[in-house]
Design a protein. Sequence first.
Length: 444
Amino acid sequence: SAVNRLTSHMKVLAKHGVEFEKPNLDLVKVTKHNLVHCEQCNPSITQLQSCLKSSGKLFNNLGDELLQIVNLLNTASHVPAPTLRQLLRPLLPEHFPLSPQTALNFRYWVKRNATKLKPASGKAVVFSSARLSGICNGKEGHVSMRVCEALSNKSVQECGEILQGVLREAIEEGNAGWKLRSYLERLKEADDFFDYRIVLSPEGVVRSITWQTGVMRTSFNQFGHTLFLDFSKRRLNSMDWPYNGLTMIDSDKKVVVGSESLCIGELNDCYVDILRSTVEMSGGRSLSDIQVIFGDCFIQTTLLDQLGITDTCRIFWDHYHLLQSVWPEFLGKSFSGELKVALEGMVHAKTQLQFHEFCGKALAASSSNPNHQEYIQKYIDSGEMYSTFALESAAMTLGRHGSSHAEQNHSSVMAYMNGISYEQPEILVKLLIERQYEKSTHII
């Protein structure tokens, strides 16, 4: 394929009057894959794999490394997709794109073939990058992300001891954990208004790191009755710890934050850590003073139970996440026509009567698929967590319909970092804190 592309380039140059001595194509040999391509050359993954095969790079033995990942997947309660992609990255060719779907294909293959990977006595497991690439592409078993959505969302809240140990070792690699703690402690000594909290899991593993400046503390004490919670899905640090800004809006309808955090993942326990740490550092507002929390569908009422504020606070789900992400991903092509109109009506219903009318239409439109009907019924039972009639009748919702202000804060963070999205944790925390000092009260 490389010879064919070279010939094609020569023809293009000849059309533009470029003269050159014709090379001996019999002497062309591909020895590496980092080739330079012109605008007219768009090699496919298959072609690049052929280049790698010619250089021998696709036939390195990955047996020992792969067995370690397989053992982790079979032992831990749940390994988040970013962590799995980080573990697979060194084992795959540089050009290979690792997405959530490819990671899911690998999980599926492990569940079906893990026993076949056990080496016989005295024999090593032989496994090449070429075969691993095929597995991640679904050539040895493909699974839809929608099929595993419910299982993934359930198990992600229960990280196993082994997974937590892996992430702890990852953040402490290169003394990153000590650098973080040392930097935060020195900042606290220099600024009397700065504070931070590092929360450990029952196993002694770092689970969340939350910090607060003096301006953040003032904002939370004044406007912390209504919160917008969401973890950033963008990769902001080399350990894939998601960022969270506890977002609010002030009296001028400007976006402000009450604290910022890096956590082990988007876990219910991490949300608990963030809220408790923020209240503890602020001192001027208790948990019972929080009246409304906006978030995506990951946030459930169990969060209120853990915080002990079930009677004083309400959770509302973001409309955009429901209509553009959650429902379309599960329902697939069925999310169209009468069913789509009915579900949108459930979200935007101005009265409870309208809500129940659209519920009936949604169930009727999904009558041919019992699984979809069961799924929709769960959201009908939870209607007061997202429907407009419930939002408009509740106190302190501020006329908002979701957690978009948290997304605004995420965009502000990325803009401040000039698009840099791969920083060591201690460097990222330093940039985020500098951003707060520079932006003063208003960050948007």
